[in-house]
Design a protein around this ligand. Structure first.
Ligand code: FDP
Length: 341
């Protein structure tokens, strides 16, 4: 009998156990973060189950078997679940959700020290065709929970305490960083637990894939057009890169993290700030990329240095393997130099 393998199977590193281990290194830790995370995990499990039933629920709806109540859209439902889970954790004081125009300030009786910015169901235009979608979240600490204002939320990404995403795909995977590397956990449906399956994820230094909506090429700026041209027709003798674009940020970033390469949603002539949102798309994904050894750039600066002025602000984004993003930075620098000359 293989005792080592057997011990492994009976000694499961669940996400809670992993985070408890990480937190125990901090003598000031009171377990608040672990409690907050367990509420996020609950939201992810709920959404995973709802996403799995989405096709079926629609069929039932079409058959007219509703109880008079209109079927809630999955993104609206996911938002309700996360807001309720986060508020009831007693560890949050302010929430920013992609679904809500205004930030939610938690009732003072239930307040804790954390701010959570999240997109409960990112990539939702993919729901009806069964493509992977996900939840993205970033967590900050608020200095004074009793006097919290919107300004406390508008912090640069580098001040983030933790970030992660949960991908609802062929398996349900939660990727998390608390600032010391990146770890991936897969939901074991028979246990209802996320188990550590991808310890210490490191993105390859250079990748063979680029990921972008090429339908916008007509409006691209010069450095973006040059980069994509280089991907297709490299002049240094290297093979062309492959193009992969799902159009669901969590899925595109997850592939980039595991296989390497670069994901870009640039600014263009029509959308000078790109499409993706700073607080709950750009920052969490940039935090994870840096923690995995990659880079993230806005076209002007390191993405995590950005200081948002509005909660739903957008920013262009280029993230992925260190060397690939370095190449993009060089093209932007070269363009800035030639335009100022
Ligand atoms: P969606 O519109 O389906 O919600 O920001 C949302 C997002 O998806 C991202 O998940 C995805 O990366 C991007 O938009 C796709 O945008 P395009 O359709 O313009 O390529």
């Amino acid at each position: 009998m293989d005792h080592a393998a057997d011990a492994h199977r009976t000694d499961l590193m669940t996400i809670t156990r992993h985070v408890l281990n990480e937190q125990s290194r901090n003598p000031e830790s009171r377990g608040d973060f672990t409690i907050l995370l367990s509420h996020i995990v609950l939201g992810c499990k709920f959404v995973a189950s709802a996403v799995n039933k989405a096709g079926l629920a629609q069929l039932i709806g079409l058959a007219g078997e509703t109880n008079g109540e209109e079927q809630k859209k999955l993104d609206v439902l996911s938002n309700e679940v996360f807001v309720k889970a986060l508020v009831s954790s007693g560890r949050t004081c302010v929430l920013v959700s992609e679904e809500d125009e205004e930030a939610t300030f938690v009732d003072p009786k239930l307040r804790g020290k954390y701010c959570v910015c999240f997109d409960p169901l990112d990539g939702s235009s993919n729901i009806d065709c069964g493509v992977s979608i996900g939840t993205i979240f970033g967590i900050y600490i608020i200095k004074d929970k009793d006097n919290v204002t919107l300004d406390d939320v508008l912090q640069p990404g580098k001040d983030m305490l933790a970030a992660g995403y949960c991908m609802y795909g062929s398996s349900c995977t939660l990727v998390l960083s608390t600032g010391s590397g990146v770890n991936g956990f897969t939901l074991d449906p028979s246990l209802g637990e996320f188990i550590l399956t991808h310890p210490d994820i490191k993105i390859p230094k250079k990748g063979k894939i680029y990921s972008v909506n090429e339908g916008n090429a007509k409006n691209w700026d010069v450095p973006v057009a040059k980069f994509v041209e280089k991907c297709k027709y490299p002049k240094d003798g290297s093979p062309p890169k492959s193009l992969r674009y799902i159009g669901s940020m969590v899925a595109d970033v997850h592939r980039t993290l595991l296989y390497g390469g670069v994901f870009l949603y640039p600014a263009d002539q029509k959308s000078p700030n790109g499409k993706l949102r700073v607080l709950y798309e750009v920052f969490p994904m940039s935090f994870l990329m840096e923690q995995a050894g990659g880079q993230s750039f806005t076209g002007k600066e390191r993405a995590l240095d950005l200081v948002p002025t509005k909660i739903h602000e957008r920013s262009p984004i280029f993230l992925g393997s260190y060397d690939d993003v370095e190449e993009i930075k060089a093209l932007f620098a070269e363009h800035a130099k030639s335009s100022s000359a």
